[in-house]
Design a protein. Structure first.
Length: 406
């Protein structure tokens, strides 16, 4: 058959269509159980069915006030209305289903849960009655004797037998339409609340910030190591001095080993293995290692560190170390083994960092503020409530950073 004619029949071959129908029928269990007690199911009238549909409403609404009721309804809706791997993941929200599986955290959540449970009760009872009645109609039209019909007055008794398939077709339409309505209402009433959406957004923002931080760690650490290795290898080749070459190779080995340690630590974070990294991120109290690496590459580093840098707050110390590393890397990469001035000053309120080097031909190595390294320095400073500037001044390329300590 042509595709356009098959489109309306596709829902009939999907398992989700019938799990949704079953989800609706399960909602009829409570009113039918109540009906067995009062008014009973022996030849019920239309008024009796109205009573059956009304009596359980206060009980269901009271159950909805229990916070865990929302979780139970959410998990059941995921499993039966949206079957699949994503439906079996327990969490506050689910991006595929749009159904929350968290307990009620507010009276708004309780109210939405109560509306959902009442809807499920009424829709389930209506679906059960219509399903039974349509099957009964098909049997009567086919000449099968049916005792105690659900609604005897509405059951045809003298229609042609060839009309027997029509009630079954109507039942299939009810299964498809009822399931879609059930899923749509579930998304509306069991969807994540504003508080849950905000929590999910904050969690996603935290993950993005963590990824950006890891990307900066890799850029700074590996970029610094590779730059030093290139500069040192070039200087050793140009010097043609065995002693200098040995020192350069030793420096390259030490720099590479440090870079591998940093890479392993970052990869552990990315893999989320649950194991803590072997070593913590270096702080500004280890700045001597950076300065020695720069000197081993041939640069003449004039460094002066004043103040109790070993007592700096952990985040400030770690980020300042990375900023100094990136500034030195930029100086070596763009200007080569030139004189570099490093000034680090810490007092009780602020940390000041200055890295300056002569600019070849009086021109900056790049447009002021450009490059991922300089952008990373500015971002690190901004996250700590400080500021970073980079510009040419008096024939020098200067990177200046100011960070608050409180």
């Amino acid at each position: 058959m042509p595709a356009p004619f098959l489109t309306p029949l596709r829902p009939l071959v999907r398992a989700v269509t019938y799990t949704r129908w079953l989800h609706l029928l399960v909602g009829a269990v409570v009113p039918l159980a109540v009906a067995l007690i009062y008014p009973g199911l022996s030849a019920p009238t239309l008024v009796d069915w109205l009573v059956v549909a009304t009596l359980p409403v206060p009980l269901v609404a009271a159950v909805a006030l229990v916070p865990s009721a929302r979780r139970a309804e959410g998990l059941q809706a995921r499993l039966m209305l949206f079957p699949g791997k994503h439906a079996r993941v327990r969490g506050a929200t689910d991006g595929d289903t749009g159904i929350s599986a968290a307990p009620s955290a507010s009276w708004t959540d309780r109210g939405r849960t109560a509306l959902w449970m009442v809807f499920r009760l009424e829709a389930g009872l209506a679906t059960w009655l219509l399903s039974v009645w349509l099957v009964q109609c098909a049997l009567v039209l086919a000449g099968v004797s049916v005792e105690e019909p659900v609604a005897e007055a509405l059951t045809p008794s003298s229609a042609p037998a060839f009309l027997a398939p029509l009630p079954l077709l109507a039942l299939l339409g009810l299964v498809v339409a009822g399931g879609r309505l059930d899923a749509r209402v579930a998304r509306r009433l069991l969807g994540p609340s504003v508080k849950e959406r905000m929590a999910a957004l904050e969690d996603r923002t935290e993950r993005l910030l963590e990824r950006n931080r890891i990307a900066r760690e890799l850029h700074d650490s590996l970029g610094h190591a590779l730059t030093l290795a290139v500069v040192q290898a070039g200087a050793a080749r140009a010097a043609k001095d065995p002693e200098f070459t040995d020192r350069a190779l030793a420096a390259i080995e030490e720099t590479g080993r440090t870079a591998l340690e940093d890479l392993e630590r970052v990869l552990l974070l990315l893999r989320e293995t649950g194991r803590r990294p072997a070593g913590a991120s270096p702080g500004l109290d280890e700045a001597a290692r950076l300065l020695d690496s720069a000197r081993s590459s041939g640069a003449r580093v004039d460094a002066e560190i004043t103040g109790p840098v070993e007592d700096l707050p952990g985040p400030v110390s770690r980020e300042a170390y990375r900023m100094l590393q990136e500034a030195l890397t930029n100086a070596l990469r763009h200007a080569g083994p030139v004189p570099v001035t490093v000034r680090v000053t810490a007092d009780g309120t602020r940390l000041a960092l200055l890295v300056a080097n002569p600019v070849p031909d009086g021109r900056p190595p790049a447009a002021p503020g450009s490059g991922s390294g300089l952008r990373g320095i500015r971002e690190r400073a901004a996250l700590l409530g400080g500021e970073a500037r980079s510009a040419v001044k008096d024939g020098e390329w200067r990177v200046e950073v100011s960070l608050p300590l409180r």
